[in-house]
Ligand binder design. Sequence first.
Ligand SMILES: Cc1cc2nc3c(=O)[nH]c(=O)nc-3n(C[C@H](O)[C@H](O)[C@H](O)COP(=O)(O)O)c2cc1C
Length: 202
Amino acid sequence: MTDLPRFDLGAALPAPEPLPEMLARLAVRRSAPAQALVEPGPSEAQLELILTLGARSPDHGKLTPWRFVVLGRQTRLRIAERLAALAVVKELPAKATAVLAKLTAAPVTVLVVSIARPASKPEWEQVLSAGAVCMNIEHAASALGFASSWITDWYSYDPEAAALFGVTTDEKVAGFIHIGMAAEPLLERERPDIAALTTRLP
Ligand SMILES: Cc1cc2nc3c(=O)[nH]c(=O)nc-3n(C[C@H](O)[C@H](O)[C@H](O)COP(=O)(O)O)c2cc1C
């Protein structure tokens, strides 16, 4: 049998240092309804920080398999008009137009685009990395006091619609992360039963 590496688990090891404020924030984290996100949104400097912290995500092979598109409201309003027209041409149900309200409400939106890099690392892991970036953007926004909402909706999956945001057919929308202040209290929702989802092995 190969010898396992041995570590000196002596008394010099630092004890874990909890961050109570961070734990408290994570314990109550909730998405805001995208339509309920109002001004103020993050400033340019805050947005820069949000993107920098968001990019501090696990990335197997350091491939950076994602990119950002910062969408101001003016651009989203213009694209939403074209999406509404596209929904008519494609004879989509009325809901397809109704959900466009989620796209246009927030002061700031970051589109996270997932790019599968031709590399030795599985594409699945690259997609997961893009998801981790979305979540870290939400956490960074929350740490700055903002609320956020991770939305995809039909226009993320329709290539013609996604092209309006500059997303190519080689790319995928990981999410539109809408950021602002919540205009209404964020109601708690039922959370999963962790014990039922967890297998513990000795
Ligand atoms: C990849 C992804 C896509 C999502 N797309 C939508 C969406 O299109 N519309 C929507 O209402 N919620 C969407 N959600 C769910 C919300 O972002 C949010 O997670 C949900 O409302 C639950 O709230 P919570 O985050 O507070 O638990 C999506 C979530 C994920 C992870």
